[in-house]
Design a protein around this ligand. Structure first.
Ligand code: ADP
Ligand code: MG
Length: 695
């Protein structure tokens, strides 16, 4: 391998390259655009575009593409070559500022949730200069936002950028209260990505994996994850080769892949990058998922990003580590050492507590998908109930502030914020309560409810906007304060009093918590269809409109798309099950029954002494389960028909939750029973022990 320091970012048109290749003045103007969002003039854009093109062509690129993130949750690209034919029959390579800044893909087939009529199908893409261009597969990729001609966002990037601006505006007001002026407050994210790797030959034999990304049938292997021998275990050579290739590809794109290890379930792994600004982290996470899939293929492996590829072992999630950082390098979630810093930290912490409590519904909705419904609330991922973990020390401290009683280790004095220094909060104290959906981990929050395939944009849009709103309310109160310390103390105290119900440091997986949470009045939105409608509640529409993140129209569109996607996902799964039953499982069971019957006949012909009772019992058991399997398949088919009779996306989705899912679950139990009593060579596709324990 080349030197890592040379490899890193070698395919990125980053600041170093810009500095090298752009005239000083152009660089300065571009830098302003990047840092402060000031629009770029066409003249400057032409110079930048030309330099980008020269750089890309030297690296072997022939095409450019506006790379964007439509509401499908994955990325989209349409490639145009740089060539421009000349009169003399030759070509020159050309790339203009206009082409850099704006594109007009015919995006009529992307979901728009009714925002665009087909007659005005064209949306446009606009360069996001805050995320650097890069080369992938011989194309210069320009990160872009995707909007309709009316200016409505049709993608995941635009609202994310808007939410980052919103939290920047309000954070600066909070910092000003403490006498600080900064240019920019950015949110930072480090997303830990879980995934499965399985053998490609086996994958190809499973219709369910190919069409839905998860196994719809499959009895558990005799061994699962009970021995805990996979977690942090020695990485298989084949997987290790994959990881090396992946790291290299990520580093080339300037993605700071840092940690890799085996996860809890067999064949499950994790990759974590070093955190970066949210916008870039979101782009990088999309690229990471794409590269995982691509590079796995080179090793004859398949990367499964589905939230629950296998029943009975852990599913895959994504931990969204989130914090706020100023351009001066201050992490606003770092408990400080001085009284002022502590007061600032506690005010911000209080804002987050209030935000998570008031907008539990939004945080839950932000991670709602059909796939993730298999995880949330099962005994492996944080529950569908949103709560916050702050650690014992911090909780005791917050309690003492709330009650106005002395904090233990504080010499029996009531703590006066902004005047007294806090004791150092030991970092390892804010520990590893893995069962909490939203945990304070020393200097950042870890939102753990995300599914592995989810774009991180949506949860971060919610988080940023929610916290921006809480900052706004706090700043409104404190900016007009006559006695800052007194009002600050009062504000923190009353807010904690109203919202500390959201804090829970115990075991989130336990049944007791479900009951206690109910008593506390916390929401328990178990499924996507429970969670999504809350997105459109008045308070939430108001929140996003007030901060200029979404218009109501954009929210309605997103709601429609998500509900529709949910229904479509379930219908694809249901249809796949039906096909697998009729074409694979059913025939396999019949031929196995036939072979047993032939054995019985053969025995009865030759010897009346040998007992065939067990054989007949087996046939009986197979036949009974076969009957149930076929009956349930029939019912599932009829239920699917009914979905089409409903016209409203909400009704359709709810119908799927309450009718399709239970029927699918029932169908699976018969098939899985059949699998366990049918000869392996008669079973039509690889089973869990093959898929999860390969070499
Ligand atoms: P865990 O203990 O959850 O397995 P780590 O402590 O190794 O994970 O870190 C998890 C992630 O948190 C990493 O991606 C890391 O870069 C990220 N992280 C660290 N500090 C911050 C921060 N200030 N803002 C956002 N993410 C951060
Ligand atoms: Mg983590």
């Amino acid at each position: 391998m080349e030197k890592l320091s040379e490899l890193f970012g070698s395919m990125v048109f980053n600041e170093t390259v810009m500095r090298e290749r752009l005239p000083q003045e152009t660089f300065n103007t571009l830098k302003k655009t990047m840092d402060q969002g000031i629009p770029l003039e066409e003249g400057v854009a032409n110079i930048v575009a030309n330099a980008m093109k020269d750089w890309a062509v030297e690296k072997g690129a022939t095409h450019f593409t506006h790379w964007f993130q439509p509401m499908t949750g994955i990325t989209a690209e349409k490639h145009d070559s740089f060539i421009s034919p000349q009169k003399n029959g030759t070509v020159i390579m050309n790339f203009s500022g206009k082409e850099l800044i704006k594109g007009e893909p015919d995006g009529s087939s992307f979901p728009s949730g009714g925002i665009r009529a087909t007659c005005e199908a064209r949306g446009y893409t606009a360069w996001d200069p805050t995320s650097p261009a890069f080369i992938k597969d011989g194309s210069l990729c320009i990160p872009t936002a995707f909007c309709s001609y009316g200016g409505e966002a049709l993608d995941k990037k635009t609202p994310l950028l808007r939410s980052m601006d919103a939290i920047d505006r309000q954070s600066k007001r909070i910092l000003a209260l403490f006498g600080k002026t900064v240019k920019r407050v950015s949110t930072t994210v480090g997303p830990e990505q879980e995934y499965f790797l399985i053998d490609a030959d086996l994958y190809r034999q499973r219709e369910d994996l190919k069409l839905t990304g998860r196994t719809l049938f499959g009895a558990p292997a005799s061994k699962g994850q009970e021995l805990d021998d996979h977690y942090f275990g020695v990485i298989r050579t084949r997987v290790s080769e994959f990881m090396k290739d992946l790291d290299k590809a990520l580093w080339e794109l300037g993605i700071p892949a840092k940690t890799k290890h085996n996860e809890v379930a067999p064949a499950q792994h994790e990759l974590a990058p070093i955190f970066s600004t949210t916008n870039i982290a979101a782009d990088h996470n999309q690229l990471t998922m794409e590269l995982m899939k691509k590079i796995a293929k080179k090793h004859n492996l398949v990367c499964l990003l589905h939230e629950k590829p296998f029943a009975g072992v852990n599913g895959s999630g994504k931990h969204n580590n989130w914090s706020l950082t100023t351009d001066t390098g201050e992490n606003l979630l770092e408990p400080g050492k001085t009284p002022e810093a502590n007061a600032q930290f506690l005010l911000i912490l209080t804002a987050v507590i209030k935000g998570v409590d008031e907008y539990q519904d939004l945080l839950r909705a932000s991670v709602a998908t059909a796939g993730n419904d298999h995880r949330l609330g099962a005994n492996e991922a944080p529950p569908a109930i949103i709560s916050m973990f702050v650690g014992d020390e911090l909780e005791a401290l917050l309690e003492s502030i709330q009650k106005g009683v002395p904090y233990d280790s504080k010499d029996k004095e009531v703590l006066r914020l902004g005047v007294d220094a806090l004791p150092d909060l030991p970092k390892d104290n804010t520990d590893r309560n893995r069962t909490s959906p939203f945990a304070f981990t020393g200097n950042k929050f870890e939102f753990r409810s995300l599914g592995s395939s989810l774009s991180i944009s949506c949860p971060n849009i919610m988080l940023n906007t929610i916290i921006a709103e809480e900052f706004r309310q706090f700043a409104d109160i404190l900016e007009s304060s006559q006695d800052f310390n007194a009002d600050l103390n009062k504000l923190i105290k009353t807010t904690l009093h109203q919202h500390s119900r959201i804090i829970f440091n115990g075991n989130g997986y336990s049944q007791e918590w479900v009951e206690e949470a109910k008593q506390r009045g916390l929401l328990n939105l178990k499924t996507t269809t429970d969670a999504m409608p809350t997105f459109l509640e008045k308070k939430n529409v108001q929140l996003f409109e007030q901060h200029g993140v979404y218009t109501e129209k954009e929210m309605k569109a997103r709601y429609e798309i998500q509900m529709e996607e949910y229904t479509k996902t379930l219908l694809i799964e249901a249809r796949t099950m039906i096909t697998m039953v009729y074409r694979q499982i059913g025939p396999a069971v019949l031929s196995y029954i036939k072979s047993i019957n032939e054995t019985i006949e053969g025995i009865q012909k030759t010897s009346s002494m040998v007992s065939v009772i067990s054989m007949k019992n087996l046939v009986q058991k197979l036949a009974e389960n076969y009957d149930m399997l076929m009956d349930t398949t029939q019912v599932l088919g009829e239920t699917i028909q009914k979905v089409g009779e409903l016209s409203d996306v909400t009704e359709q989705a709810i119908f799927c939750t309450s009718n399709i899912i239970p029927t699918m679950e029932k169908l699976r139990t018969y098939a899985d029973t059949l699998e366990t009593i049918t000869a392996k060579e008669s079973w039509p596709f690889p089973v869990y022990s093959d898929l999860l324990f390969y070499e």
